[in-house]
Design a protein around this ligand. Structure first.
Ligand code: DC
Length: 232
């Protein structure tokens, strides 16, 4: 497929810095930004409100009506689920955990895949998640896999949660993060995995600015004709 402007896929585990880097890169390039993890979180919120557990033996059947009409919209930093602002709930660690569990379910992944492909079809987008470069847009023009040492990731996540007033210890954050990585990488459908052609960036000792600079350098490098992505 020929796209006028590229798709930039950024995948990686929790706490590697994907969201901040993706948002900043999108801003710098004048691209749109899609946080696919937030979409799975919105599904988790909708399912929880409908009283559906990921362990329900009829989970797919019960989820069908939730998924069918689901509307997930972004308005700057805000996330709207069926027109309602759910931004405050989105970062709840319990929602992250539920999102990870619902994201292993086939019908959820299929629905998100369709929405994500529709959102990115025209290119000019930085999309971040777990499976963007492997399953959603395997033909993305640029793919990055952002990773970092597990303790560093847990520390970052802990600092973020502390700022938001969560009462959780760093050890608990580490434990949850290891479990989420295990589940996201071990699931059968579109597991968290580096695409063979993705550029790996280890952010353990890098600032966000340095991560974004490394991504921009790679993009400019490949844009060998010197074409300015902003105007392409
Ligand atoms: O990026 P995040 O932590 O907000 O994502 C929440 C969960 O959603 C994550 O643990 C796994 C799932 N997810 C996914 O399966 N595929 C994506 N592309 C993005 C997120």
């Amino acid at each position: 497929m020929i796209r006028k402007r590229p798709i930039i896929a950024i995948d990686g585990p929790v706490g590697a810095g994907k969201s901040v880097a993706a948002r900043e890169l999108a801003r710098a390039l004048g691209f749109s930004y899609l946080n696919t993890g937030a979409m799975y979180r919105a599904v988790a919120i909708a399912a929880r409100e409908a009283g559906i557990s990921p362990d329900d033996p009829n989970v797919e059947e019960r989820l069908a009506s939730v998924l069918k009409g689901i509307k997930i919209k972004f308005d700057g930093e805000k996330i709207l689920l069926n027109g309602r602002d759910v931004t405050a709930m989105k970062d709840d660690p319990e929602i992250g955990e539920l999102a990870s569990r619902f994201s292993a379910i086939g019908s959820v992944r299929m629905r998100m895949r369709d929405l994500q492909r529709a959102a990115g079809a025209d290119g000019g987008v930085v999309m971040e998640g777990r499976d963007i470069g492997t399953a959603i847009f395997p033909d993305a023009e640029f793919k990055f896999f952002l990773d970092a040492d597990v303790k560093t990731r847990a520390h970052r996540r802990y600092e973020e949660l502390k700022k938001k007033g969560a009462s959780i210890t760093e050890d608990e954050v580490l434990e949850q993060l290891v479990e989420r990585d295990r589940r996201d990488s071990g699931r059968e459908l579109a597991p968290l995995k580096r695409a063979d052609d993705a550029t790996v960036i280890d952010s353990t000792n890098l600032s966000i600015d340095a991560v974004v600079a490394a991504m921009k350098a790679k993009i400019n490098d490949r844009n060998n004709a010197g074409k300015d992505l902003k105007r392409a």
